[in-house]
Design a protein around this ligand. Sequence first.
Ligand code: FES
Length: 107
Amino acid sequence: MAEIRVTERNGEARTISADSGRPLMEALRDANFNLQGTCGGAMSCGTCHVYIKQDWNDKLPAKSEDEQMMLEAIADLVEVRPTSRLSCQIELSDALSGIEVEIAPEV
Ligand code: FES
């Protein structure tokens, strides 16, 4: 299990738990954070965009070229930060338990 500390778009904080091995996107979507994940993880929608707290961002695998391209594609619509990630590309694990994320504005 992984614990996820989430800051919602309205600034409220909530902690949820999710099974390791699942994409972060699915855990956030299923916990009703109003995160769409429209493309189901194909890196073609950008609706799973989150900001990762810096300390945790440093522990994640680097973005793939496709993830980077999708983030660049939504940068005209929403703020994209160095810690921006597509949550569909982050696989939860016990090592990531406690990860702190902020739901990015809707695209
Ligand atoms: S779910 Fe579409 S880019 Fe992540």
